[in-house]
Design a protein around this ligand. Structure first.
Ligand code: CP
Ligand code: NVA
Length: 327
C-alpha cells in the first residue's frame, strides 16, 4: 500500500477530492470500524496534535473527532467561539498561521465557506470542514459509508433528500451524487430548491455517467424506487429567525410512514444527519409545536439507520485524519 494521494491535503468540500479518493476514505473507514469493533486501535497519529474549532455548536462532530483522534494516538484540543475571535482582535490568516505552526491538522466549523478556505490556505496543514453554511463533507462521508453498508455499490443508487434543498447537507449530497453516480432526488418546495445553475455546475464535475440530480416539489417523482430517504432540520444553524416561515414551507414534507411506503420498496432506509425534531418535547419543539421533520415511528422504526450514521461519523473522521496526516 503506497502513500495516499490524500496526504497533506485539506477537505473543505467533497469537490476537493476525486471519486477514487472518496472510495479510499470509505474503504479505510470500513476497515477501521471493523478493527475498532474487535477492540483494535490503529495509533498512526501517535504524538500528533489536532485542533477542533467550533464557531457553531456541535455534538456529533465534536465527539467523533475527539474519539477518532484519541483512538488514533493523537491529542485533540477544542476551541470555541470565545477562544477564537476572528475579526475582533485577530484576522483569520494570523490565527491560521499560529495553528499551522503547532498543530498537525485542524477541524473547522464555521459560517462562510470562504473563512474555512482562507484558514486552510494560511494554516498549511490539513484542514477538515466540519460544517459551514455551504457544505458538510465530513457528514456526507458518514452517510456514504452507511449507504454502502446497506446497499453495497453506490452507483445508480436512488436517494431522496427531503427538506431545505439549498442547505449544506443537501448540496454536499449533490456533490457526492455527481462524484459517485448516485441518483439523487432533492424534494423541496420551490422556494427552498437549489438554483439550477448550481446543480449544473456540480454535474459538470461528474465522474460517473450514472450521476443524476433531480430537483422537484413532486413527492411522487422524488420518492419512486428510492433506497434511502434523507432528512435534515428545516432550519439550519444561524437561520433561526426563519423558523416560522420554514415550518409553513416544509410541514407538508414531514417524513411519515406513508411517505416512506411511497418509495414502493421494502428495503428503503431512513437517514438523518441529526439533530432531529421527531416529536420530542425539546425546548425548541415546545416553542414551535409544528417543528417536526420526521414522525417518531419512522425515526425509531426498523427502517431508521440514523444512529449507524452517527457512529459512522467517528469511523470516517478517523479515516480522514489518518489518511490526510499520515498518508
Ligand atoms: N450532524 C452533525 O454535524 O451534528 P452536530 O451538529 O451535533 O455536530
Ligand atoms: N443543516 C444543518 C446540519 C446540522 C448538522 C445545520 O447547518 O444546522
Amino acid at each position: 500500500m503506497g502513500i495516499s494521494t490524500l496526504k497533506g491535503r485539506s477537505l473543505l468540500s467533497l469537490r476537493d477530492v476525486s471519486a477514487a479518493e472518496i472510495a479510499e476514505l470509505l474503504e479505510r473507514a470500513a476497515d477501521l470500524k471493523e478493527r475498532a469493533g474487535r477492540g483494535e486501535r490503529v495509533p498512526v497519529l501517535a504524538g500528533r496534535n489536532i485542533a477542533l474549532i467550533f464557531l457553531k455548536p456541535s455534538c456529533r462532530t465534536r465527539v467523533s473527532f475527539v474519539v477518532a483522534a484519541t483512538q488514533s494516538g493523537a491529542h485533540p484540543e477544542i476551541f470555541g467561539r470565545e477562544d477564537i475571535r476572528f475579526g475582533i482582535k485577530e484576522s483569520v490568516r494570523d490565527i491560521a498561521r499560529v495553528f499551522g505552526r503547532v498543530f498537525d491538522g485542524v477541524m473547522f466549523r464555521g459560517f462562510e465557506h470562504s473563512t474555512v478556505a482562507e484558514f486552510a490556505e494560511y494554516a498549511g496543514v490539513p484542514v477538515w470542514n466540519g460544517l459551514c453554511d455551504s457544505y458538510h463533507p465530513t457528514q456526507v462521508l458518514a452517510d456514504l459509508l452507511t449507504l454502502r453498508e446497506n446497499f453495497g455499490d453506490l452507483e445508480g443508487l436512488p436517494v431522496t433528500y427531503v427538506g431545505d434543498g439549498r442547505n449544506n447537507t443537501a448540496v454536499t449530497l449533490a456533490v457526492a451524487a455527481a462524484k459517485l453516480g448516485l441518483d439523487l432526488r432533492i424534494l423541496a418546495p420551490e422556494q427552498l430548491q437549489p438554483a439550477p445553475d448550481r446543480i449544473a455546475e456540480l454535474l459538470a464535475e461528474a465522474e460517473s455517467d450514472r450521476a443524476a440530480i433531480t430537483v422537484t416539489a413532486d413527492a411522487g417523482i422524488a420518492l419512486a424506487g428510492s433506497a434511502a430517504v434523507y432528512g435534515d432540520v428545516w432550519v439550519s444553524m444561524g437561520e433561526e429567525e426563519q423558523t416560522r416561515e420554514r415550518i409553513s414551507l416544509l410541514r407538508e414534507l414531514k417524513v411519515t410512514a406513508r411517505l416512506m411506503a411511497s418509495t414502493g420498496r421494502a428495503d428503503t432506509v431512513y437517514l438523518h444527519c441529526l439533530p432531529a425534531f421527531h416529536g420530542q418535547d425539546t425546548e425548541t419543539a415546545i416553542t414551535f409545536p409544528d417543528i417536526c421533520e420526521v414522525d417518531d415511528d419512522v425515526f425509531e422504526g426498523p427502517q431508521s439507520r440514523v444512529f449507524d450514521q452517527s457512529e459512522n461519523r467517528m469511523h470516517t473522521a478517523k479515516a480522514l485524519m489518518q489518511l490526510t496526516i499520515a498518508g
